[in-house]
Design a protein around this ligand. Structure first.
Ligand code: PGA
Length: 266
């Protein structure tokens, strides 16, 4: 089974609404020809979701959110729930980004609850995992990632898991300009796929798409996307310019060859 490549732009805390609309319109217009060959997701900040949702009307480019709360509603000041995101047209939610894990103290238990909230609410998750430089130096990369995966996916059924995305984002590569080498990325992606096969099933491991994230840019996109277990990219900085993001979409088409792919488990 060939997996449909998926490229997501994580705009982080960037773009005021007019800029967000302009960027989304430019991506939607230029990506029109290729959205059957690559799934494209834009994740603006919460305040840009409605304007980007408008800008994406009539296009196949999907809307993503950068976070969500696990509860559907309630006394959670400052939080945004999955039903609220759904109402505005969101399809994907980033869960467990390292900037939230490390910068904001989001625990693995919270990330598990958030993943469950996304699944129960009928949206799809881009679950981020990855090690710090210290952890890599101590040869703990896989130990850390395995724990992050096991905790996040606790109690999840194989069919539900297969529809999500796992993004391997080494913390030391995010926003640093220093991406993982293709060998480093492929090694971890292959380990994640093996883990998925054991934890869920071989068909889940074959269907679930794995993104690489961390200083992915036009210069390295094609090389990374040519790796057998890299099915897409989670792009921060390079997604803030339409031109560089679009060039990475083209890299996905080139590297993955364009095909009738499936996003569903067989
Ligand atoms: P970067 O960010 O591409 O700017 O390194 C990636 C991410 O944090 O998702």
């Amino acid at each position: 089974m060939k997996r449909l490549p998926i490229i997501a732009g994580n705009w982080k805390m960037n773009t005021l609404r007019p800029e967000a609309s302009r960027l989304a319109l430019a991506v939607a217009r230029e990506a029109r020809e290729i959205t059957s060959q690559v799934e494209v997701v834009l994740c603006p900040p919460f305040t840009g979701l409605d304007s980007v949702s408008e800008s994406l009307k009539g296009s196949q480019v999907l809307l993503g959110a950068q976070d969500s709360h696990w509860k559907a509603e309630g006394a959670c000041t400052g939080e945004v729930s999955v039903p609220m995101l759904k109402e505005i047209g969101v399809s994907w939610v980033i869960v467990g980004h390292s900037e939230r894990r490390r910068g904001l103290g989001e625990s693995e238990a919270m990330i598990h609850q958030k993943l469950m909230g996304v699944l129960q609410g009928g949206l799809r998750a881009i679950l981020c995992v990855g090690e710090t430089l210290e952890e890599r130096k101590r040869a703990q990369t896989w130990q850390v990632i395995e724990r992050q995966l096991a905790t996040a996916f606790e109690g999840v059924e194989p069919l539900a898991a297969a529809k999500q995305v796992v993004a391997y984002e080494p913390v030391w590569a995010i926003g640093t300009g220093q991406n993982a080498t293709p060998a480093q990325a492929q090694e971890v992606h292959a380990q994640i796929r093996q883990w998925l096969s054991k934890r869920f099933s071989p068909s889940c491991a074959t269907a679930l798409r794995l993104q690489y994230g961390g200083s992915a840019k036009p210069d390295n996109a094609e090389e990374l996307l040519r790796l057998p277990d890299v099915d897409g990219l989670l792009v921060g900085g390079a997604s803030l310019q339409a031109e560089s993001f679009l060039s990475m979409l083209q890299s996905a088409v080139k590297a993955k060859g364009g095909c009738a792919c499936s996003t569903e488990p067989s």
